[in-house]
Design a protein around this ligand. Structure first.
Ligand SMILES: Nc1ncnc2c1ncn2[C@@H]1O[C@H](COP(=O)(O)OP(=O)(O)OP(=O)(O)O)[C@@H](O)[C@H]1O
Ligand SMILES: [Mg+2]
Length: 327
Protein backbone atom coordinates (compact mmCIF):
# COMPACT_ATOMS: atom_id res chain seq x y z
CA UNK A 1 0.00 0.00 0.00
CA UNK A 2 1.27 3.42 -0.89
CA UNK A 3 2.05 5.33 2.26
CA UNK A 4 -0.35 8.21 2.61
CA UNK A 5 1.34 11.37 3.73
CA UNK A 6 -0.77 13.38 6.09
CA UNK A 7 -0.80 17.04 5.03
CA UNK A 8 0.70 19.52 7.44
CA UNK A 9 -1.48 21.48 9.83
CA UNK A 10 -3.77 23.35 9.73
CA UNK A 11 -5.70 20.66 7.87
CA UNK A 12 -8.05 19.21 10.51
CA UNK A 13 -8.33 15.48 11.12
CA UNK A 14 -11.99 15.61 10.17
CA UNK A 15 -13.89 18.30 8.35
CA UNK A 16 -17.63 17.91 7.87
CA UNK A 17 -19.46 20.69 6.10
CA UNK A 18 -23.23 21.02 5.63
CA UNK A 19 -23.72 17.30 5.37
CA UNK A 20 -27.18 15.92 4.80
CA UNK A 21 -28.36 12.36 4.41
CA UNK A 22 -31.75 11.12 3.34
CA UNK A 23 -32.77 7.51 3.42
CA UNK A 24 -35.82 7.81 1.18
CA UNK A 25 -38.28 9.87 3.18
CA UNK A 26 -36.18 9.84 6.32
CA UNK A 27 -33.80 12.70 6.77
CA UNK A 28 -31.10 11.27 9.03
CA UNK A 29 -28.77 14.26 8.78
CA UNK A 30 -30.12 17.73 8.22
CA UNK A 31 -26.98 19.83 7.87
CA UNK A 32 -24.01 18.85 10.00
CA UNK A 33 -20.90 20.99 10.20
CA UNK A 34 -18.01 19.90 12.36
CA UNK A 35 -14.28 20.33 12.40
CA UNK A 36 -12.14 18.09 14.54
CA UNK A 37 -8.53 19.19 14.94
CA UNK A 38 -5.88 16.50 14.86
CA UNK A 39 -5.20 14.92 18.21
CA UNK A 40 -8.61 15.75 19.68
CA UNK A 41 -10.72 13.26 21.62
CA UNK A 42 -14.25 14.11 20.53
CA UNK A 43 -17.49 12.73 21.94
CA UNK A 44 -20.58 12.36 19.78
CA UNK A 45 -23.78 12.04 21.80
CA UNK A 46 -27.46 11.93 21.04
CA UNK A 47 -30.63 9.91 21.53
CA UNK A 48 -31.48 6.81 19.51
CA UNK A 49 -31.99 7.61 15.85
CA UNK A 50 -30.33 11.03 16.10
CA UNK A 51 -28.00 10.33 13.19
CA UNK A 52 -24.72 9.52 14.94
CA UNK A 53 -24.03 6.25 13.17
CA UNK A 54 -25.08 7.75 9.87
CA UNK A 55 -22.52 10.49 10.29
CA UNK A 56 -19.82 8.01 11.28
CA UNK A 57 -20.69 5.69 8.41
CA UNK A 58 -20.39 8.57 5.97
CA UNK A 59 -16.93 9.35 7.32
CA UNK A 60 -15.84 5.72 7.03
CA UNK A 61 -17.31 5.36 3.55
CA UNK A 62 -20.05 2.86 4.42
CA UNK A 63 -22.83 5.31 3.61
CA UNK A 64 -22.95 7.96 0.89
CA UNK A 65 -23.87 11.48 1.89
CA UNK A 66 -26.76 13.19 0.08
CA UNK A 67 -24.98 16.55 0.06
CA UNK A 68 -22.14 18.42 1.71
CA UNK A 69 -18.46 17.75 2.12
CA UNK A 70 -16.51 15.32 4.31
CA UNK A 71 -12.75 15.31 4.42
CA UNK A 72 -10.36 13.22 6.46
CA UNK A 73 -7.03 15.00 6.82
CA UNK A 74 -7.98 16.96 3.72
CA UNK A 75 -8.98 13.91 1.66
CA UNK A 76 -12.55 13.75 0.44
CA UNK A 77 -14.14 10.50 1.66
CA UNK A 78 -15.61 9.83 -1.78
CA UNK A 79 -13.24 11.40 -4.29
CA UNK A 80 -10.06 10.44 -2.42
CA UNK A 81 -11.50 7.40 -0.70
CA UNK A 82 -8.29 5.34 -0.83
CA UNK A 83 -6.37 7.96 1.07
CA UNK A 84 -9.16 8.72 3.51
CA UNK A 85 -9.89 5.06 4.26
CA UNK A 86 -6.26 4.34 4.97
CA UNK A 87 -6.31 7.06 7.62
CA UNK A 88 -9.53 5.99 9.35
CA UNK A 89 -10.06 3.06 11.68
CA UNK A 90 -13.63 2.39 12.70
CA UNK A 91 -15.27 0.19 15.30
CA UNK A 92 -18.84 -0.27 14.07
CA UNK A 93 -21.90 -0.27 16.29
CA UNK A 94 -23.24 -3.42 14.67
CA UNK A 95 -21.18 -6.44 15.56
CA UNK A 96 -20.40 -8.33 12.38
CA UNK A 97 -17.95 -11.21 12.25
CA UNK A 98 -16.77 -14.06 10.18
CA UNK A 99 -17.22 -16.72 12.80
CA UNK A 100 -14.95 -19.40 11.43
CA UNK A 101 -11.71 -17.44 11.49
CA UNK A 102 -9.49 -17.25 14.51
CA UNK A 103 -8.59 -13.99 16.19
CA UNK A 104 -5.16 -13.97 14.60
CA UNK A 105 -6.49 -14.87 11.13
CA UNK A 106 -9.00 -12.06 11.40
CA UNK A 107 -6.28 -9.52 12.06
CA UNK A 108 -4.13 -10.96 9.30
CA UNK A 109 -6.96 -10.75 6.77
CA UNK A 110 -7.74 -7.21 7.86
CA UNK A 111 -4.07 -6.27 7.43
CA UNK A 112 -4.26 -7.76 3.95
CA UNK A 113 -7.08 -5.36 3.04
CA UNK A 114 -4.62 -2.56 3.61
CA UNK A 115 -1.83 -4.32 1.73
CA UNK A 116 0.12 -4.83 4.94
CA UNK A 117 1.89 -8.15 4.48
CA UNK A 118 4.44 -7.69 7.24
CA UNK A 119 2.33 -6.47 10.09
CA UNK A 120 3.19 -9.15 12.65
CA UNK A 121 4.96 -6.95 15.17
CA UNK A 122 2.06 -4.52 15.36
CA UNK A 123 -0.50 -7.33 15.38
CA UNK A 124 1.35 -8.87 18.29
CA UNK A 125 1.23 -5.58 20.16
CA UNK A 126 -2.47 -5.18 19.46
CA UNK A 127 -3.16 -8.69 20.78
CA UNK A 128 -1.30 -7.80 23.95
CA UNK A 129 -2.89 -4.39 24.37
CA UNK A 130 -6.38 -5.75 23.90
CA UNK A 131 -5.73 -8.78 26.08
CA UNK A 132 -6.43 -11.13 23.22
CA UNK A 133 -3.08 -12.87 23.10
CA UNK A 134 -4.29 -15.94 24.97
CA UNK A 135 -7.27 -16.20 22.64
CA UNK A 136 -5.42 -15.67 19.37
CA UNK A 137 -6.07 -19.21 18.11
CA UNK A 138 -9.72 -19.35 19.10
CA UNK A 139 -12.35 -18.88 16.44
CA UNK A 140 -14.63 -15.90 16.83
CA UNK A 141 -17.66 -17.99 17.71
CA UNK A 142 -15.71 -19.29 20.70
CA UNK A 143 -15.17 -15.79 22.05
CA UNK A 144 -17.29 -14.03 24.65
CA UNK A 145 -19.08 -10.83 23.73
CA UNK A 146 -16.43 -8.70 25.42
CA UNK A 147 -13.62 -10.49 23.59
CA UNK A 148 -15.43 -9.90 20.30
CA UNK A 149 -15.62 -6.20 21.11
CA UNK A 150 -11.91 -6.11 21.78
CA UNK A 151 -11.25 -7.89 18.53
CA UNK A 152 -13.27 -5.28 16.66
CA UNK A 153 -11.12 -2.57 18.21
CA UNK A 154 -7.94 -4.44 17.26
CA UNK A 155 -9.29 -4.86 13.73
CA UNK A 156 -9.95 -1.14 13.46
CA UNK A 157 -6.35 -0.46 14.47
CA UNK A 158 -4.36 -2.92 12.32
CA UNK A 159 -3.29 -0.20 9.89
CA UNK A 160 -2.41 2.31 12.62
CA UNK A 161 -5.14 4.78 11.68
CA UNK A 162 -4.57 8.48 12.30
CA UNK A 163 -8.19 8.82 13.35
CA UNK A 164 -10.02 6.16 15.31
CA UNK A 165 -13.81 6.23 15.33
CA UNK A 166 -15.69 4.15 17.87
CA UNK A 167 -19.45 3.81 17.57
CA UNK A 168 -20.68 2.86 21.05
CA UNK A 169 -17.77 0.61 21.92
CA UNK A 170 -18.97 0.05 25.47
CA UNK A 171 -22.66 -0.66 24.89
CA UNK A 172 -23.53 -3.69 26.97
CA UNK A 173 -20.03 -4.46 28.19
CA UNK A 174 -19.09 -5.08 31.80
CA UNK A 175 -17.44 -2.51 34.04
CA UNK A 176 -13.96 -4.02 33.83
CA UNK A 177 -13.94 -4.16 30.05
CA UNK A 178 -15.37 -0.67 29.89
CA UNK A 179 -12.47 0.58 32.01
CA UNK A 180 -9.92 -1.26 29.90
CA UNK A 181 -11.39 0.18 26.71
CA UNK A 182 -11.20 3.63 28.28
CA UNK A 183 -7.52 3.01 29.06
CA UNK A 184 -6.91 1.97 25.50
CA UNK A 185 -8.66 5.05 24.13
CA UNK A 186 -6.58 7.24 26.43
CA UNK A 187 -3.43 5.49 25.37
CA UNK A 188 -3.96 5.82 21.61
CA UNK A 189 -5.04 9.40 22.12
CA UNK A 190 -1.86 10.11 24.10
CA UNK A 191 0.08 8.66 21.20
CA UNK A 192 -1.37 11.32 18.92
CA UNK A 193 -4.35 9.53 17.39
CA UNK A 194 -7.47 11.60 16.87
CA UNK A 195 -10.43 9.83 18.44
CA UNK A 196 -14.16 10.17 17.84
CA UNK A 197 -16.26 8.31 20.37
CA UNK A 198 -20.00 7.79 20.22
CA UNK A 199 -21.66 6.87 23.45
CA UNK A 200 -24.94 6.88 25.33
CA UNK A 201 -23.06 7.10 28.61
CA UNK A 202 -22.49 10.68 29.65
CA UNK A 203 -20.02 9.61 32.31
CA UNK A 204 -17.93 8.08 29.57
CA UNK A 205 -17.90 11.32 27.61
CA UNK A 206 -17.20 13.22 30.79
CA UNK A 207 -14.30 10.95 31.63
CA UNK A 208 -12.66 10.83 28.23
CA UNK A 209 -13.67 13.53 25.80
CA UNK A 210 -12.25 17.01 25.36
CA UNK A 211 -15.09 18.31 23.25
CA UNK A 212 -18.63 17.03 22.96
CA UNK A 213 -21.31 17.34 20.30
CA UNK A 214 -24.92 16.45 21.00
CA UNK A 215 -26.81 15.58 17.87
CA UNK A 216 -30.58 15.34 17.58
CA UNK A 217 -32.80 14.98 14.54
CA UNK A 218 -29.71 15.18 12.38
CA UNK A 219 -28.41 18.52 13.66
CA UNK A 220 -26.12 19.58 16.46
CA UNK A 221 -27.99 20.96 19.44
CA UNK A 222 -24.75 21.45 21.39
CA UNK A 223 -21.13 21.51 20.36
CA UNK A 224 -18.65 22.68 22.91
CA UNK A 225 -15.71 21.88 25.10
CA UNK A 226 -16.70 19.41 27.77
CA UNK A 227 -15.91 21.80 30.61
CA UNK A 228 -18.25 24.42 29.19
CA UNK A 229 -21.00 21.91 28.74
CA UNK A 230 -20.38 20.67 32.27
CA UNK A 231 -20.49 24.23 33.53
CA UNK A 232 -23.94 24.54 32.10
CA UNK A 233 -24.83 21.21 33.58
CA UNK A 234 -23.51 22.01 37.03
CA UNK A 235 -25.47 25.20 37.36
CA UNK A 236 -28.57 25.19 39.48
CA UNK A 237 -31.13 27.95 39.34
CA UNK A 238 -32.11 28.65 42.90
CA UNK A 239 -35.21 30.64 43.74
CA UNK A 240 -35.85 32.05 47.21
CA UNK A 241 -39.34 33.26 48.05
CA UNK A 242 -39.74 35.62 50.99
CA UNK A 243 -42.79 36.03 53.18
CA UNK A 244 -42.18 39.76 53.52
CA UNK A 245 -40.53 42.42 51.44
CA UNK A 246 -36.73 42.34 51.62
CA UNK A 247 -34.97 45.68 51.16
CA UNK A 248 -31.62 44.33 50.07
CA UNK A 249 -29.82 41.01 49.87
CA UNK A 250 -27.10 40.21 52.37
CA UNK A 251 -23.71 40.77 50.80
CA UNK A 252 -22.88 37.08 50.89
CA UNK A 253 -25.88 36.31 48.70
CA UNK A 254 -25.09 39.16 46.32
CA UNK A 255 -21.56 37.82 46.01
CA UNK A 256 -22.97 34.45 44.99
CA UNK A 257 -24.75 36.26 42.15
CA UNK A 258 -28.15 36.68 43.78
CA UNK A 259 -30.54 39.26 42.38
CA UNK A 260 -33.62 40.56 44.10
CA UNK A 261 -36.93 41.06 42.29
CA UNK A 262 -38.37 44.58 42.18
CA UNK A 263 -41.04 43.79 44.74
CA UNK A 264 -38.39 42.40 47.08
CA UNK A 265 -40.26 39.11 47.50
CA UNK A 266 -38.04 36.87 45.44
CA UNK A 267 -34.34 36.33 44.88
CA UNK A 268 -32.84 34.18 42.16
CA UNK A 269 -29.34 32.98 41.60
CA UNK A 270 -27.41 30.53 39.49
CA UNK A 271 -25.29 28.33 41.66
CA UNK A 272 -22.50 26.08 40.52
CA UNK A 273 -23.03 22.90 42.48
CA UNK A 274 -19.52 21.70 41.74
CA UNK A 275 -17.54 24.42 43.47
CA UNK A 276 -19.06 24.60 46.93
CA UNK A 277 -21.33 27.55 46.14
CA UNK A 278 -24.39 25.60 47.14
CA UNK A 279 -22.90 25.02 50.58
CA UNK A 280 -22.04 28.73 50.89
CA UNK A 281 -25.56 29.59 49.87
CA UNK A 282 -27.06 27.42 52.59
CA UNK A 283 -24.69 28.93 55.17
CA UNK A 284 -25.46 32.44 53.99
CA UNK A 285 -29.17 31.73 54.33
CA UNK A 286 -28.61 30.47 57.85
CA UNK A 287 -26.91 33.71 58.83
CA UNK A 288 -29.02 35.99 56.66
CA UNK A 289 -32.04 36.36 58.88
CA UNK A 290 -34.29 36.51 55.84
CA UNK A 291 -38.06 35.87 55.92
CA UNK A 292 -37.58 32.75 53.84
CA UNK A 293 -40.86 31.14 52.90
CA UNK A 294 -39.92 28.82 50.05
CA UNK A 295 -36.80 27.51 48.43
CA UNK A 296 -36.62 25.92 44.97
CA UNK A 297 -33.76 24.43 43.07
CA UNK A 298 -34.43 24.00 39.37
CA UNK A 299 -32.76 20.76 38.42
CA UNK A 300 -30.14 20.58 35.75
CA UNK A 301 -28.68 17.14 36.07
CA UNK A 302 -26.93 15.60 33.13
CA UNK A 303 -30.12 13.89 32.17
CA UNK A 304 -32.11 17.12 32.43
CA UNK A 305 -29.72 18.95 30.18
CA UNK A 306 -29.64 16.15 27.67
CA UNK A 307 -33.41 15.90 27.66
CA UNK A 308 -33.78 19.65 27.48
CA UNK A 309 -31.49 19.84 24.49
CA UNK A 310 -33.15 16.93 22.78
CA UNK A 311 -36.60 17.78 24.10
CA UNK A 312 -38.88 16.84 21.23
CA UNK A 313 -36.77 14.10 19.75
CA UNK A 314 -37.93 10.52 19.82
CA UNK A 315 -41.10 9.54 21.59
CA UNK A 316 -40.52 9.42 25.34
CA UNK A 317 -40.55 5.63 25.50
CA UNK A 318 -37.92 5.46 22.78
CA UNK A 319 -35.87 8.16 24.38
CA UNK A 320 -35.99 6.66 27.83
CA UNK A 321 -33.20 4.08 27.46
CA UNK A 322 -30.78 6.75 26.30
CA UNK A 323 -31.78 9.01 29.15
CA UNK A 324 -31.42 6.22 31.67
CA UNK A 325 -27.97 5.46 30.39
CA UNK A 326 -27.02 9.04 31.06
CA UNK A 327 -27.45 8.71 34.79
N1 LIG B 1 -30.01 2.07 6.10
C1 LIG B 1 -31.00 2.84 6.51
N2 LIG B 1 -32.15 2.92 5.82
C2 LIG B 1 -33.16 3.70 6.21
N3 LIG B 1 -33.15 4.47 7.32
C3 LIG B 1 -32.03 4.44 8.06
C4 LIG B 1 -30.91 3.62 7.71
N4 LIG B 1 -29.96 3.81 8.64
C5 LIG B 1 -30.45 4.68 9.52
N5 LIG B 1 -31.70 5.06 9.19
C6 LIG B 1 -32.53 6.04 9.90
O1 LIG B 1 -31.78 7.23 10.04
C7 LIG B 1 -31.97 7.81 11.31
C8 LIG B 1 -30.64 7.94 12.04
O2 LIG B 1 -30.15 6.66 12.34
P1 LIG B 1 -28.73 6.41 13.01
O3 LIG B 1 -28.48 4.96 12.99
O4 LIG B 1 -27.75 7.28 12.34
O5 LIG B 1 -28.99 6.93 14.49
P2 LIG B 1 -28.06 6.85 15.79
O6 LIG B 1 -27.93 8.22 16.31
O7 LIG B 1 -26.82 6.11 15.47
O8 LIG B 1 -28.96 6.00 16.78
P3 LIG B 1 -28.56 4.92 17.91
O9 LIG B 1 -28.20 5.70 19.13
O10 LIG B 1 -29.82 4.15 18.12
O11 LIG B 1 -27.45 4.08 17.39
C9 LIG B 1 -32.98 6.94 12.02
O12 LIG B 1 -34.26 7.50 11.82
C10 LIG B 1 -32.86 5.60 11.30
O13 LIG B 1 -34.07 4.92 11.34
MG1 LIG C 1 -25.95 4.42 16.16
Amino acid sequence: MKKILIPDPPVPALEVRDVTKNYGEVQALAGITLSIPRGELFGLLGPNGAGKSTLINIVTGLVRRSSGEVKVFGFDVERDYRASRSLVGAVPQELVYDHFFTVRQTLKIQSGYYGLTRNDVWMEELLERLKLKEHEHQTIRELSGGMKRRLLVAKAMVHRPAILILDEPTAGVDVALRRSLWDLVRQVHAEGTTVVLTTHYLDEAEELCERVGIIDHGVFVALDRKERLMQQIHNRRVTLDFGAKVEGLPEELARLGGTLSEDGLRATLLVDRSDGSLQRLVEALGRGNLPLMDFQVAGAGLEDVFLELTADSAKPDERRPAAEALR
